[in-house]
Write a protein that binds this ligand. Structure first.
Ligand code: KG4
Ligand code: ZN
Length: 365
């Protein structure tokens, strides 16, 4: 049994994956307190994780019907994310690993998202092009094997979910905004406003979403009544249509461009039903296989971390007790050390005095 822990942003999550790779529990506590501030307040997020993580871990074990002694390894998000929030998960994982004398492993949050479609559908086999669209990231990743991930496109400014969140705040609907915009858009006219689509240079699979957000701001500043319904429905629907067109079109172009037969969509934005339908239609037309994970694997969750961590733990990878949380951990740079033969956890090592480089020990793949 592998216990997964995820605390990179404002979801406190724990999950258990069995030896066959099946998710046997998946508990997520979303921090509501940030709604007051129209965005995640890092310090508050850390404090909430400290309060909520122990009962969330307990619940994940209870739901799995597993005692702590049955946990054979611990996988924890080590980055990217909010450093204080990450540290809560990382230190908890270290404490459990030390107390239980079990191995633990720092997992890249983005790798968790990228691999979540493979958790959803065990028949999905690489090569696959995966769109990760969340509140903090928007990436196109070519997966040639479960341990060979290559970024082929990324946002140059805002993440897709961030654009939904900002437009929601512009319309006075608060944070987080994805689901709110989707609801508002359901009754609006997607052709009411011609918001810009940033296609960027010919052949580029990168994204840019800052222009569309500015266009929405100008539209509502020009006529404040557009913040109210019914006009706000048209603003939301037109914004959502522009976002979806670019996300779908770029992903399909990239899949055809790099020559893969399958596409997958992951991250919180993949919860959007209109986006899912648009992907279904576009993939049917282009004869590409499509996998979109169920909703609980789209947003931040620990099942994807436990699952991605299990793959690496099964390969013999381990983290040391000097594992650091890394707010900017890039996809492909794992915070872990070389595979170790001993499966036993090692006691903390004394760190030499002086400045340290958190990347000095990273291994690229
Ligand atoms: O993956 P996630 O839970 O957390 C991050 O790693 O960021 O993604 C959260 C993001 C938020 O920006 C939220 O507004 C967006 O996903 N989101 C949606 C929808 N549900 C959540 N965006 C569009 N439509 C939705 N239905
Ligand atoms: Zn995420």
């Amino acid at each position: 049994m592998i216990l997964g822990i995820e605390t990179s942003c404002d979801e406190t999550a724990a999950a258990v994956v069995d030896p066959a790779g099946r998710v046997v529990s998946n508990v997520v506590a979303s921090q509501k307190v940030h709604e007051l501030y129209h965005g995640v307040v890092p310090e508050i997020a850390s404090r909430e994780h400290v309060k909520v993580l122990p009962p969330v871990v307990r619940k994940a074990l209870e739901e799995a019907g597993v005692g702590l002694h049955e946990v054979k390894g611990i996988a924890v998000t080590a980055g990217p994310g909010l450093v204080g929030a990450l540290l809560v998960g990382v230190t908890t994982a270290k404490g459990l690993a030390l107390g239980l004398a079990r191995p633990f492993l720092g997992v890249n949050h983005l790798e968790g998202h990228v691999l979540s479609p493979f958790l959803e559908d065990p028949d999905l086999a690489p090569p696959v092009l995966v769109l990760v669209a969340s509140g903090g990231h928007t990436l196109l990743v070519r997966v040639d094997a479960l341990d060979r991930l290559q970024i082929v496109g990324r946002t140059r400014d805002d993440a897709a979910g961030e654009a939904f969140d900002k437009v929601s705040v512009l319309l006075g609907r608060g944070y987080p905004g994805g689901a709110t915009i989707e609801r508002l858009a359901a009754e609006g006219d997607p052709n009411a406003f011609a918001f810009p689509r940033a296609w960027l240079e010919e052949g580029s699979f990168d994204f840019s979403f800052s222009g569309i957000k500015t266009a929405v701001r100008l539209a509502v500043d020009r006529d404040p009544a557009r913040r109210e319904e019914p006009a706000a429905r048209d603003v939301a629907a037109s914004f959502q249509a522009a976002m979806i067109e670019v996300l779908v079109e770029k992903t399909i172009r990239a899949a055809l461009g790099v020559g893969v037969p399958a596409v997958a969509v992951a991250g919180g934005v993949a919860a959007n039903r209109t986006l899912r339908r648009a992907f279904e239609e576009a993939c049917r037309e282009s004869r590409l296989r499509l996998v979109v994970p169920r909703l609980e694997y789209c947003g931040d969750n620990a099942a994807m971390i436990a699952w991605a961590g299990k793959l690496r733990l099964d390969r013999g990878e381990r983290s040391d007790f000097d594992l650091d949380a890394d707010a900017n951990l890039p996809l492909g740079a794992m915070p872990n050390r070389a595979p170790r033969r001993s499966k036993r956890a090692r006691p903390p090592r004394r760190r030499p005095a002086g400045p340290r480089s958190s990347r000095g020990s990273s291994r690229g793949r």
